[in-house]
Design a protein around this ligand. Structure first.
Ligand code: FES
Ligand code: FE2
Length: 457
């Protein structure tokens, strides 16, 4: 394996032949400069306040899954920073979903407190004002006791923008924001084959982290830390030869090769237990293991395609590389997708309402249920063996404390680092972040963050 070709290419294309504009194509390199990124954005309360106004109140954000509100009147609650939203199904059409600020127009009580629910109409628990699912006012209790000018407008619920992509509900507080699909371009085209809409949620977990939401997020749009934090995956994960692409609107991706031995791992000659496990997962018998471990990834791709055919799964939309690899996307500002044909790991990083040194980490795993015991989401996603993956039961959302088990081994390793990174960033002895080309997604992301902060977005 040839190892070092930085800084000439800055990225290792997965497929040199990919035609421009196709999902595997290398996007032209975006030069975001080489300056040091100042640390204050991770703790300064004034910056956090400005960030709320200039970024969060203007950007599309993933609120949740359309599959969580299948029936008219079903709702889920989405909390972000100081705000809370009710996302509800208003009609039978796929797109009949609305988002309302979760606030009563009488004296400001929260309208719903539960994360999920189902109603005919919304009733405030303080003085029982009511609203219809379409947000219009249904009832003001003892209306005759109000001066008419105070209620003449029949105050509706305040609406937020709400648009859907492939089963994901996004909201935006900015009425003038570009349409969601324009904002996400070109991600929907790249990720079409995975058909997320038909996946079922099999894990849903939330936990507080003692760090700024950007610190949490930053750790998942680079694999530079893998050799230090997750050395156990080096036997079957290429953490160095990665295709990075940075797109408009702050989005980016890294195409991560599973089934290849990292050049950092000593034994380059044998089929190590990690590779053997990946081969075994796709039913390659030990006697058919390749002599040269470099052939493993290709073999996994072939075996996955054959297995899909056996199971009657349509893999025609996937490239070979999508079968073996982690298509790992950063959706600006606060979501990452690890996409595999079998399933999807979603991570979401939400700012705390008041404290810039706190955040909430959300982990969701989606899965295409298949009747085959060896068909599972990749082990690193941390789905416990006893989890029901039939797709028939929506798992309850679990809340765990920081450091408590539940994230799975790999993400727990990341989570442990966060509070120490926050502490270090706060130090007078720290001058700011210096990004390598392996961290080019971070530089790209922070450049976009600066555009919002400068009012250019
Ligand atoms: S605060 Fe909601 S009805 Fe009074
Ligand atoms: Fe990590």
């Amino acid at each position: 394996m040839d190892k070092v070709d930085f800084p000439e290419t800055k990225s290792h294309p997965l497929n040199e032949e990919a035609a421009p504009g196709t999902p595997e194509a290398l996007h032209p390199y975006v030069d975001n400069g080489g300056g040091i990124i100042s640390p204050e954005r991770n703790f300064d309360p004034q910056i956090a306040h400005e960030e709320w106004e200039k970024l969060w109140c203007r950007v599309w954000q993933l609120a949740g899954l359309a599959s969580d509100i299948p029936e008219v009147g079903d709702y889920f609650k989405y909390d972000v920073g100081p705000e809370s939203f009710i996302i509800t199904r208003t009609g039978p059409g796929e797109e009949d979903i609305a988002a309302y600020y979760n606030v009563c127009q009488h004296r400001g009580n929260r309208l719903v407190m539960d994360d999920f629910g189902s109603v005919d109409h919304f009733t405030c628990l303080f003085h029982t004002w009511q609203w219809n699912l379409d947000g219009s006012l249904k009832q003001i209790t003892d209306r005759e006791t109000f001066r008419e000018n105070l209620v003449a407008d029949n105050p509706p619920l305040t609406q937020a923008r709400c648009e859907i992509w492939d089963g994901f509900v996004f909201i935006n507080m900015d009425d003038d924001a570009e349409p969601l699909l324009d904002f996400l371009d070109p991600l929907p085209e790249h990720l079409k084959a995975y058909n997320f809409k038909d996946m079922k949620i099999i894990k849903d977990l939330q936990t507080p982290w003692p760090c700024n939401w950007k610190i949490g997020h930053d750790a998942f749009i680079e694999v530079y830390h893998v050799h230090a934090v997750h050395p156990e995956i080096l036997p079957f994960f290429n953490d160095y030869q990665v295709q990075w692409d940075t797109y408009r609107a702050g989005h980016s991706r890294q195409l991560l090769k599973f089934g290849e031995i990292s050049h950092r791992f000593e034994d380059q000659e044998s089929i190590n237990p990690g590779l053997a496990a990946l081969l075994g997962e796709v039913n390659v018998a030990p006697e058919d293991f390749p002599d040269n471990p470099d052939d493993s990834r290709r073999l996994i791709q072939e075996a996955k395609r054959a297995k899909a055919e056996r199971l009657g799964l349509d893999y025609s939309g996937f490239t070979d590389n999508q079968l073996s690899d982690d298509w790992n996307y950063g959706i600006f500002p606060n979501v990452t997708f690890n996409a595999h044909p079998e399933g999807l790991l979603i991570q979401r990083f939400r700012p705390h309402a008041k404290d810039p040194e706190k955040m909430t980490y959300d982990l969701m795993v989606l899965f295409h249920p298949v009747d085959d015991p060896t068909y599972r989401v990749p082990a690193y996603m941390g789905v416990e063996d006893d989890v029901d993956i039939s797709g028939k039961v929506r798992p309850e959302r679990r809340f765990i404390g920081h450091g408590e088990p539940g994230l799975g081994d790999v993400i727990s390793q990341d989570a442990r680092m966060m509070e120490y990174v926050q502490q270090g960033i706060n130090s007078r002895g720290y001058g700011g972040a210096r990004y390598s080309e392996m961290e080019q997604q971070l530089r790209h992301w922070h450049r976009e963050w600066e555009r919002y902060m400068d009012g250019e977005r």
